[in-house]
Design a protein around this ligand. Structure first.
Ligand code: KG4
Ligand code: ZN
Length: 333
């Protein structure tokens, strides 16, 4: 079954063609650069950019896959969570295609898309697994017993991990969104240079990042610009270590407690090199396996939406064309 996926929940416009939830035939992703000069995503500007680019991106996805719209069996698009204007552009475009062609349509939860990225990329991943979902908007530890069945073990009480990366990167002058830039800078720094606080260590599987973000900002305030320039990489590495320490500690504990041997990283922060290495080391010691999506499937993309649409269609059949954008859509109601 060939699925066309459409993603437009934030500042990436993406269209993809995926076969049977497993094989990516195309995955065209356009990251909107217009927001960098504002230091954050401006929803109205994002909507207008999506409107300009959605049709050519969709045509490119079909062309790259070497297929025509008539070959597509199912159309899937993100319905939420995300920014309502941007969501509406992709969702309405996809529903329009489905209505015009009479093809089945499935609205997709963006978070479920991130989870599907691992299933898409790793045929040997157990359907029963644990995932650490870390993105710009979410930080959650989930037990997935099978696709669509989730138990939330813990989540953030305030900021998401990606949000903390972006905010710290911004105060360090690394641009927006700065998670990837901070990761790169930290690679040449000393993670033990300064010990930033590790939040809510004692609080089960909950996470918290607003205190850490403030601690970094206060620390930077006291530095001279010469000190900052000399130790930029060390500070980035020390901040990153504080985030990664807690993520690794709680994920490993949950895997042990629930006796789960397959663990995945999903969401944009799954691209973080330190998180991947540290998690891999800790799980390997316990004879457990870590899976994470390839880079292009970590951050927002339509291939993961097409895959999630395929798996949803397998269990629930087609969705309704009246499906609306839901900015605060949850994974579990
Ligand atoms: O999943 P995603 O593309 O968007 C949401 O659904 O939120 O995640 C984007 C987030 C941003 O906060 C970005 O800075 C972060 O993922 N990110 C990273 C890295 N690459 C992307 N954070 C840390 N290290 C990275 N290498
Ligand atoms: Zn995302």
């Amino acid at each position: 079954m060939l699925v066309l996926g459409i993603e437009s929940s934030c500042d990436e416009t993406s269209a993809a063609v995926v076969r049977d939830g497993r094989e990516v035939l195309s995955n065209v992703i356009l990251s909107q650069v217009v927001h960098t000069r504002f230091g954050g995503v401006i929803p109205e500007v994002a909507s207008r950019e999506h409107l300009k680019t959605i049709a050519p991106i969709y045509r490119q996805a079909l062309a790259d896959a070497g297929v025509e719209l008539s070959n597509i069996d199912l159309i899937a698009a993100t319905m939420g969570p995300g920014l309502v204007g941007p969501l509406l552009v992709g969702l309405t475009f996809a529903k329009g295609l489905a209505f015009a062609t009479g093809k089945p349509f499935v609205p997709v939860n963006h978070l479920e898309g991130h989870l599907a990225a691992n299933i898409l990329a790793h045929p040997d991943l157990d359907r029963n697994h644990l995932t650490l979902l870390v993105s710009g908007g979410h930080t959650m530890l989930l037990h997935i017993s099978r696709f669509g069945e989730y138990e939330v073990l813990g989540q953030t009480r305030d900021d998401a991990a990606g949000e903390a990366f972006d905010k710290v990167a911004k105060v360090m002058g690394l641009g927006y969104p700065g998670g990837a830039a901070l990761d790169k800078l930290a690679a040449s720094g000393d993670p033990t240079y300064f010990r930033f606080p590790r939040a809510v260590r004692a609080m089960g599987y909950q996470f918290s990042y607003s205190g850490l973000k403030t601690a970094v900002a206060l620390y930077l305030d006291k530095l001279s610009s010469a000190e900052f320039e000399t130790h930029k990489a060390d500070i980035a590495a020390s901040f990153q270590e504080a985030v990664v320490d807690v993520l690794v500690e709680k994920t490993v504990k949950a895997a042990d407690e629930h006796n789960i041997s397959h663990i995945t990283l999903s969401g944009g922060v799954a691209a973080n090199s330190r998180l991947r290495t540290r998690m891999q080391d800790e799980l390997h010691k316990r004879g457990k396996r870590l899976f994470f999506p390839p880079m292009e499937l970590c951050t927002d993309n339509a291939a993961m939406i097409a895959a999630a649409g395929f798996y949803r269609f397998e269990t629930d059949g087609p969705g309704e064309l009246i499906a609306n954008a839901i900015p605060y859509l949850k994974l579990i109601n």
